[in-house]
Design a protein around this ligand. Structure first.
Ligand code: UD1
Length: 335
């Protein structure tokens, strides 16, 4: 059984990936400092798969603790989710973002290099493309200057990994996520935003549940079919499976280059109003919303060309936007 370290394994995407790894018969070790999640997620994963993953509460900014962990653990691969991810907050606290997102990455790569470990999967983001000139967005689209420190940590992160792969012969894959939403069918794990949600889907479900008065739709004057911004919303369970595919590609030495990157999306763009309509259909609830001005930093449209990911990873999404929204709604109702 291959042992895989999952950093941030108790977070939103991390927990779904741990379940997928266990289902694919990997032995999972989780590192998570609980900075944006709670320990019950460990029990909830266990109750889905019947296997309790090994868990360590380690802060990856502590180089000594990271070293100590690897002194006793030999792993066959690392999936690195642990990072801060709030765009607005990153503008207010850039150094926290660079220390956490870049510091942790460097310590992990150093340990891998020094101990001869290999197979690294990195959580990247479609934010690296900014507003792409052509849609759908292929992996060959140019990287645009980052709009936020958060986005910059993803760009710099990819560069650090690429250079480390070149210098030390490590093998790594960056997965550039589009907009991950939804939750596991069991309704035992899902997205747990702290405070007022910044992302669209948790804001929609909280509004429908009466926690928020109304959703503000940020802008209806974009050059899109209905004027609202377009994104590629991917079910987190499909996204989790992309990590298994990427890991297997590295373990089986099927990668074409030391460092590769793939778009992980559905290939379909949906406008904010289309998402609202789909949500109203699956939930049977009328959503209270109003159109307001654009949100600073938002782009018009982003959706993936998934041709390369589908072919190289032998992976594709299976779930619809409606299924994703239905799972997000069921998760909301449970809370
Ligand atoms: C955001 C980040 C992105 C990050 C991702 C992580 C920005 C500019 N981008 O993506 O870098 O990787 O989250 O999940 O913050 N919307 C509303 N009302 C709301 C909330 C959102 O109309 O209350 C709209 C937004 O304007 C956007 C769409 O819904 O058009 C999706 O927004 P969101 O869920 O925040 O994701 P992104 O902005 O695409």
């Amino acid at each position: 059984m291959k042992k895989i370290l999952v950093t941030g394994g108790l977070g939103f995407i991390g927990s779904h990936t741990v379940v997928a790894l266990q289902n694919a018969k990997f032995d999972v070790v989780i590192i998570d400092n609980l900075s944006n999640t709670t320990i019950d997620v460990l029990d909830n994963i266990t109750s889905i798969t019947g296997i309790k993953p090994e868990y360590h509460n380690i802060d990856l900014r502590n180089k000594k603790d990271v070293q100590q962990f690897f002194e006793t653990k030999k792993v066959d691969g690392i999936i690195h989710f642990a990072a801060y991810k709030a765009v607005g907050e990153s503008v207010e606290k850039p150094l926290d973002y660079y220390e956490n997102n870049i510091g942790s990455l460097i310590y992990l790569l150093q340990e891998m290099n020094q101990r001869g470990l290999d197979n690294f999967i990195f959580s990247s983001s479609c934010t690296v493309y900014g507003q792409a000139d052509e849609l759908p967005i292929t992996e060959n689209a140019p990287i645009k200057p980052a709009e936020s420190p958060y986005g910059n940590t993803k760009q710099i992160g990819e560069e650090i990994i690429n250079e480390s792969c070149n210098a030390y012969g490590l093998n790594a894959i960056a997965l550039r996520y589009f907009n991950p939403i939804g939750g596991h069918d069991s309704v035992k794990i899902g997205e747990l935003p702290l405070g007022v949600p910044q992302n669209l889907i948790p804001f929609i479900t909280q509004t429908a549940a009466g926690i928020r008065k109304e959703l503000s739709v940020f802008g209806d004057d974009y050059p899109t079919t209905d004027g609202t911004a377009v994104r590629d919303y991917i079910h987190v369970v499909d996204l989790a499976k992309a990590h298994i595919a990427a890991l297997q590609r590295l373990i089986n030495k099927k990668n074409n280059k030391n460092f590769e990157y793939f778009n992980v999306g559905t290939g379909t763009g949906s406008s904010v109003l289309e998402v609202i309509t789909a949500f109203e259909k699956v939930s049977g609830k009328k959503l209270n919303y109003k159109i307001v001005g654009r949100r600073a930093g938002d782009i018009t449209a982003a959706y993936a060309d998934t041709t390369i990911a589908n072919k190289e990873l032998q992976w594709k999404t299976e779930k619809s936007l409606e299924e994703a929204l239905d799972s997000a709604w069921k998760w909301q109702l449970k809370h």
